[in-house]
Write a protein that binds this ligand. Structure first.
Ligand code: GLC
Length: 738
């Protein structure tokens, strides 16, 4: 069939192959090269979606590790380095960061996402995006939206209520768009409430572009688009990858038969043109990969979390003569996760290589039992003899590569039966075994409560070996804090060990209660809480002050290092509505700062809280508005280690006053007027007499325009009109250009 030439405007943004779009000379649109990934340049030129034949690049710690550094400045530097390497590989758009939330520790790609918390996610991602884009390379926020599971990800329908969608899952996108202005967003494979994301006008245009004010381009996840015309109409710009001539031919045909307005293509052309104008197509300077390795080392050091040190066995003394080491990750560590984020590391120093290189004076013996060995009583006895024989014993455990991966979710938070059994066997012989975990997301195992020394190494990138021993032997002081909760059992998870509610749907039934918000709300014990991590230093927090200013609160405190080691602490500020009228987290992370304190030094830490911190998405007003009432404010060194608490009342800035007044209408509930400070006084002036009549509390839950009809003998027309006149006066005063 002879194909009519494709109209050049149809080729603008169209995929040419797996990683590139067409160059369209007549529109001065260059070919754009997109490639993964969030932890380093994958740079594959292969078309296989999970290809691993990649160029070499620096392999940084994965996002779940980086978020545990709680250090946005460090993450900015990593974004800058990755952007530089991307540019050197001729990549114009780097497909990262992933900012989906860890709704459950079972998510297969949790290693690729920062946290269970929207605030920590947004802070990390904003820094990463700024770092990438300073190179003239686009960062790409992904996966918009609700890609928190891998199971049937290309077809699954995610059902979520509006409040949860906007307050929890869209919130990181909103914040990063506001703070870092990413040039690209990737639309996910799944459906949301029956709407296929990559073809949804509501999600791509009304929500992402209009409500979240995203002004960049939208790319589909690879192969996510079924109907290219619908995707284009919905606001998608790049339907990746090239999958056949049909992608452009169906658009051409729709244009010709009137199913597609030319304006839609012109709008896409403008967005793609604006996008390409931001990119730097110039040749890049060289990359100093050794310098990037050092950065990867610093990132690993700051991401590793000291979880237990009950007997102060850590740090080990470098004069330790001999140590026993067990476990495959010592020799074959997991430095990253499987799937499209996979990097071919520039260089990789394994724990075994680093121990030999940097600690050659220390004798060690190594045991790496197989699964079958654990079934053999004789061999088990040998393992236990080995364990008994070393005062200093280290056991590497964690998640095997394909247990957590893109495309594969976990079915339990427990370690594999192999590692669980190996820990039980070794612990029985030596209770002072030091556990080193190598995993991308929260895990649990039988002896997790009993072991007295444990380090979470995460998937810490190519410098894992040197960073890990530097922490173990104390050349570096651990400062990582968990970016996710470590629950005890599958039965503690919001949906238990499953995702799907039925054959087609995942239902986000836990609502806004993700991660620590869920475990706190139900007062569930956990192994380790969000934000937790130990240090070799010891800190004291005091001199807490809270000062109310005009439109903000100023909180300050003093941190003193009462030990002999320089170290870093992460001070965390949480807030929660004191008497919520709906399901509401008891506390939400709002601010944090990582601060270094020298021995016997005291430093002042200060936070400012303003009206935006009192906002929540209001499903009546379809916007983020200040919640009226009293909030509890918590300062701590984890979500559960709270050092100071205060109560503060919501504060409104002019914008929030306007948004709230706009939402107050005659059919609003009486309590909306009563609880909103600006209208409380006029409301009481008009209706407080109803308290004597015993109906005041009842009318609060009623629409204002109903109460006069319902109680004509109690509420006169004059009284109602008088109140409405006062509210009208306030609106005139605060809502300009009505
Ligand atoms: C994959 C991933 C996405 C990645 C893309 C290109 O399916 O979901 O994160 O960027 O395809 O590899």
């Amino acid at each position: 069939m002879n194909h009519k030439p494709i109209d050049p405007i149809v080729l603008v943004g169209a995929a040419k192959d797996f990683w590139h779009t067409h160059e369209v000379k007549s529109y001065h649109i260059p070919s754009i090269h997109m490639n993964d990934g969030p932890h380093g340049v994958r740079g594959t030129n292969s078309s296989a979606i999970i290809a691993t034949k990649n160029k070499t690049a620096t392999c940084f710690p994965t996002s779940s590790a980086l978020a545990s550094s709680w250090n946005p400045d460090l993450i900015y530097q990593i974004g800058k380095a990755i952007g530089k390497e991307a540019k050197a590989h001729g990549i114009h758009a780097l497909l990262g960061p992933g900012i989906n939330l860890k709704r459950t520790p079972l998510g297969g790609r949790n290693f690729e996402y920062y946290s269970e918390d929207p605030c920590l996610t947004a802070e990390c991602a904003s820094s990463f995006v700024k770092g990438i884009q300073i190179n003239g390379v686009a960062a790409c926020l992904k996966h918009f939206i609700l890609n928190e599971q891998e199971i049937e990800r290309m077809t699954i329908n995610c059902m979520v209520d509006e409040k949860t969608l906007f307050q929890t899952y869209l919130w990181p996108f909103r914040e990063v768009i506001r703070k870092a202005h990413p040039w690209m967003v990737m639309a996910s494979y799944n459906q949301v409430n029956g709407d296929k994301v990559s073809e949804s006008t509501y999600l791509l245009t009304e929500v992402l572009r209009q409500q979240l004010q995203f002004d960049g381009v939208i790319v589909s996840d690879w192969g996510a688009v079924e109907n290219p015309v619908e995707a284009l109409k919905a606001g998608l710009d790049f339907d990746m990858p090239y999958m056949g001539e049909y992608q452009t031919e169906t658009i051409q045909k729709a244009l010709q038969n009137g199913d597609l307005d030319h304006e839609v293509l012109e709008a896409r052309y403008k967005r793609v043109k604006d996008f390409s104008n931001k990119l730097d197509f110039s040749n890049s300077q060289g990359v100093n990969y050794d310098q990037h390795y050092e950065l990867a080392y610093q990132a690993a050091v700051q991401s590793i979390v000291l979880l237990k040190n009950d007997k102060q066995l850590l740090p080990l003394n470098e004069t330790t003569e001999r140590i026993g080491i067990i476990g495959d990750f010592f020799r074959n560590p997991r430095i990253q996760g499987a799937g499209s984020s996979k990097v071919t590391p520039y260089k990789q120093i394994t724990p075994e290589m680093a121990l030999r290189k940097d600690y050659s004076h220390i004798q060690y013996s190594y045991l790496n039992p197989t699964q079958d060995d654990l079934k053999d009583d004789t061999y088990v006895q040998e393992i236990q003899a080995f364990a008994k024989n070393y005062k200093t014993l280290i056991l590497f455990a964690g998640l095997e590569e394909m247990i957590e991966s893109e495309g594969i979710d976990r079915h339990t938070i427990r370690l594999s039966s192999y590692y669980n059994q190996l820990i039980n066997i070794v612990y029985e012989a030596n209770q002072d075994v030091i556990i080193i975990l190598n995993n991308g997301t929260a895990v649990s195992f039988d002896k997790m409560k009993q072991v007295n020394s444990m380090i979470e190494a995460w998937l810490p990138g190519e410098a894992m070996g040197e960073a890990l021993w530097a922490i173990v032997f104390g050349r570096e002081n651990p400062s990582g804090k968990l970016s996710e909760t470590f629950p005890i059992s599958d039965l503690d998870l919001p949906m238990g060990p499953r995702f799907k509610m039925n054959e087609t749907d995942v239902v986000y039934s836990e609502g806004v209660l993700t991660g620590y918000k869920y475990y706190d709300y139900l007062n569930k014990p956990v192994h380790f809480e969000f934000g937790f991590g130990l240090s070799y230093s010891e800190f004291k927090l005091d001199n807490y002050q809270l000062i109310k200013k005009d439109k903000r609160y100023e909180i300050s405190l003093q941190i003193t290092n009462v030990s002999s080691r320089k170290g870093m602490e992460v001070i965390q500020l949480y807030m929660g509505l004191d008497q919520p009228s709906q399901i509401y987290p008891m506390k939400e992370l709002k601010r944090f700062i990582k601060i270094e304190v020298k021995p016997n030094q005291s430093r002042r830490v200060a936070f400012t809280v303003d009206s935006a911190d009192f906002e929540s998405y209001n499903t009546n007003l379809k916007d983020y508005v200040v919640v009226p009432g009293i909030f509890n404010l918590y300062i701590g060194t984890s979500s559960r280690r709270i050092h100071f608490t205060s109560q503060v009342e919501s504060i409104y800035d002019e914008m929030s006053i306007r948004k709230t007044l706009l939402g107050l209408r005659e059919n609003s509930l009486c309590k909306d007027f009563y609880y909103y400070p600006l209208t409380r006084e006029p409301f009481m002036e008009s209706f407080s007499y109803l308290k004597e009549e015993g109906v005041f509390d009842i009318i609060l839950d009623m629409p204002l325009n109903l109460i006069a009809r319902l109680f004509p003998d109690l509420i006169s027309k004059e009284c109602m009109d008088g109140f409405l006149k006062k509210v009208g006066g306030l609106k005139k005063q605060h809502i300009k250009n009505k």
